[in-house]
Write a protein that binds this ligand. Structure first.
Ligand SMILES: O=P(O)(O)OC[C@H]1O[C@](O)(CO)[C@@H](O)[C@@H]1O
Length: 421
């Protein structure tokens, strides 16, 4: 039987109070900046803006403010999650809880769940739109290539090269993370990570080959072996909207179009979180946006995606677990049994990876499979490193990368494709 928790004793959780860490930077600098950016990018009334300002000023050293008068369906769950941390400061609670709760509080403040003119209004919509629109130059060649691969797929068994390339796209698409690299960076906001990363334009235009040397664990070939037979169900735990989502949808389209999968299920966030995380409405908007393109290769891809959704070959689902502060091994039984029906689960992005590892201080060389041992289905994590959480690295790889790049753990320039089968 599959154990419910990692095989190993759990190390401590990452905290914002860890001096000099990226975690500390996030809670002290980045989260207040995000709250202020919500004010700048929306037209909320003064009372809402005052509460957002107050949230920004409470970070990092005041205690967590409670959820009040909240009508979200996850309200009672949050009461339970927060209970052990009542009265504690933002920097002293587990970092993953601090971040997930921060985004949840923004929704309460902006009346996202309340009957009002702001009900259902995504506070991060502007950034999501901008990221998609400015990625079009990269999306067009990707769609041209995808259509070519799919045309060839009718002839061949499985084009492994195409599958590996699309896995790389899905990996490097994750470099585009709006919580740090705002699509609107030229507006005067900036972040620590973007200062030493690259400009927006470069992020989505990349050369796959040259990026291979930046993959610290590369199980892509093993993934293609696992996918050698047809008619599988493949589930994706999706991360960001924008260019990353387009890369994911291209991979999905290839899996369905080449017959590797007969059904793909996307697991999406039920409400806005981590700025750019994708919801069902973002997937639909992305496909509609691409369907309206003047470029035929893009519209072909979008039309296929629309047909796949209509025929239920591509299923869009959401669950409040994905916006909770829980570790992956605390997954509710219903969702766990749904995921167990898949032949492979693809976990996208940094925050989902942190959930997989419980956002804890694992030794970087700890065997990944000994932690991610709690699901009975093969899992592959596609993630660029944007936080000080990782496992499954070889000591010599750590030595090498640390020598060449002192910010390797957090600057999003290094990636992993880690399979547990
Ligand atoms: O979009 P991704 O890849 O999940 O990255 C979001 C990441 O942003 C951060 O929250 C920092 O704010 C990460 O550390 C987090 O995991």
């Amino acid at each position: 039987m599959t154990p419910d928790i990692p095989k190993l004793p759990l190390p401590s959780a990452l905290l914002g109070s860890e001096v000099g860490t990226f975690t500390e930077y996030t809670v002290t600098q980045q989260m207040p900046a995000i709250a202020r950016r919500v004010i700048a990018e929306n037209n909320y009334p003064q009372n809402i803006n005052d509460c957002l300002k107050q949230l920004a000023s409470e970070l990092p050293s005041e205690s967590l403010s409670p959820l009040l008068h909240d009508t979200g369906v996850d309200f009672s769950d949050w009461m339970k999650y927060l209970q052990p941390f009542k009265g504690q400061r933002w920097i002293d609670v587990p970092w993953f809880l601090a971040e997930t709760y921060f985004y949840r509080l923004i929704l309460e403040i902006t009346n996202y769940f309340r009957k009002s003119e702001f009900q259902g209004v995504d506070p991060f919509q502007l950034q999501k739109n901008k990221d998609l629109e400015t990625s079009l130059d990269s999306i067009i060649p990707l769609c041209i290539q995808l259509n070519q691969w799919l045309a060839d797929a009718q002839k061949e068994e499985l084009n492994q090269t195409a599958l590996i390339a699309l896995l790389y796209f899905a990996l490097w698409g994750n470099r585009v993370d709006l919580s740090l690299w705002s699509a609107l960076e030229s507006d005067g906001f900036s972040s620590r990570r973007s200062a030493n990363a690259n400009a927006k334009g470069e992020r989505s235009r990349f050369d796959i080959q040259s990026q291979q040397s930046h993959i610290l664990v590369d199980d892509a070939a093993k993934v293609t072996e696992l996918l050698a037979t047809k008619d599988k169900r493949i589930d994706f735990v999706i991360d960001n909207a924008g260019f990353e989502l387009v890369c994911d949808l291209c991979l999905v389209d290839f899996l369905l179009g080449s017959g590797v999968a007969n059904q793909v299920k996307l697991h999406l966030k039920p409400h806005p979180t981590f700025v750019s995380d994708a919801m069902i409405k973002d997937v639909l908007h992305t496909i509609d946006f691409l369907a309206a393109s003047s470029h035929e290769d893009v519209t072909l891809f979008a039309k296929r995606s629309q047909e796949n959704i209509a025929s239920n070959r591509l299923v869009l689902s959401e669950d409040y677990f994905w916006t909770s502060p829980l570790a992956f091994w605390e997954i509710p039984d219903t969702l766990k049994s749904d995921l167990s029906a898949a032949n492979l689960i693809v976990i996208k992005g940094d925050a989902n990876y942190r959930r997989l590892l419980g956002d804890r201080h694992w030794n970087f060389t700890t065997n990944f499979a000994d932690i991610v041992s709690y699901l009975s289905v093969p899992i592959v994590a596609l993630r660029t490193l944007k936080s000080e959480v990782v496992a499954g690295l070889k000591p010599e790889v750590i030595q090498e990368v640390a020598k060449s790049d002192s910010d390797w753990l957090t600057n999003g320039q290094w990636g992993v494709i880690q399979l547990v089968d």
